[in-house]
Design a protein around this ligand. Structure first.
Ligand code: GUN
Length: 282
């Protein structure tokens, strides 16, 4: 089994992004800019936001982080996003999810112009992905594709199974694999016969948010297994959706948690931000 080392692959990708950011700055006299809007105090989100801003600094991307209290009104939050939408120093806007109760996420995200939508959550970008057209793709699925590319893992003609149908990971992941000519099955909490379906997968992406859901008996010998899970185990330790100790005996490639998909998500966000800046200059 070969570890899919997201930390190393992300460092390489961040290096390429840094070169593009420097070239953009040399040509346009300002850095690419990313605005992160963090509402409330969700502890996991706070860590993600800190990782994102730190990665921006290292890549030569200017960041504008806005911290808003959980009690912020819908109108105020939308006003902040509208301000960032109008700011020419800001090329990408990301509203960190999940949002505190009481806010209308759909209405808030709709204030992000599609060209600044570095999360790929807008209707336009989702539509482009579905149509197989070039657009901005959600960071976690994009990061996973970059990881598979880095290890030269073939996708065309393979059977891919995605567990999870979220708008952030499962659905765009399935679309990307389909666009890369895999035969794709999407499983979810109501799926019957999950183990049998997973057992057919050459490429298995677990994004269900359930600790150790994928066990060795569900995995085909030689499968490529990507673990998107970020769960807190009973022992308080971070663990994925895949039972690593069991599955590593059957998989040909496997992502660790942490150090697999997580770093690729951040690197993909930086790539999307620089790409948005480059597009804005055209
Ligand atoms: N929360 C967890 N993952 C993500 C992501 O990719 N984008 C945003 N905006 N929020 C998240």
């Amino acid at each position: 089994m070969t570890l899919l080392d997201g930390k190393a692959a992300a460092a390489e990708l961040r290096g390429r992004v840094k070169e593009r950011a420097a070239a953009y700055e040399a040509a346009h006299g300002r850095k690419p800019g990313l605005a992160v809007v963090m509402i409330g105090e969700d502890p996991a989100s706070q860590i993600y936001v800190r990782n994102k801003t730190k990665a921006c600094e290292e890549a030569g991307i200017r960041h504008f982080t806005r911290f808003l209290p959980a009690t912020v009104s819908q109108k105020e939050a939308e006003g902040v996003v509208e301000g960032l939408a109008a700011d020419e120093n800001v090329h990408g806007i990301l509203v960190q999810l999940p949002l505190p109760r009481g806010l209308d996420g759909g209405a808030l995200l709709a204030k992000i112009p599609p060209e600044k939508d570095v999360d790929g959550f807008s209707a336009l970008n989702i539509g482009k992905l579905s149509a197989g057209e070039e657009g901005t793709v959600a960071c976690t699925p994009l990061g996973i594709m970059r990881l598979l590319e880095r290890y030269e893992i073939p996708i065309e003609g393979k059977r891919a199974v995605v567990i999870g149908r979220s708008n952030i990971v499962g659905k765009p992941m399935a679309m990307l694999l389909l666009n890369a000519n895999a035969t794709v099955t999407v499983c979810h909490s109501k799926t019957k016969g999950l183990a049998e379906i997973c057992g057919e997968a050459d490429i298995l992406v677990a994004a269900a948010g359930r600790a150790k859901l994928v066990t060795a008996d569900m995995v085909k010998e030689g499968a490529v297994v990507v673990d998107v899970g970020m769960n807190r185990g009973e022992d308080g330790k971070l663990c994925g959706d895949v039972d690593f100790a069991g599955v590593e005996k059957k998989a040909s490639y496997l992502t660790p948690v942490p150090g697999g998909v997580g770093p690729m998500t951040v690197a993909a966000l930086l790539e999307n931000t620089v790409a948005a800046a480059e597009r804005s200059a055209r």
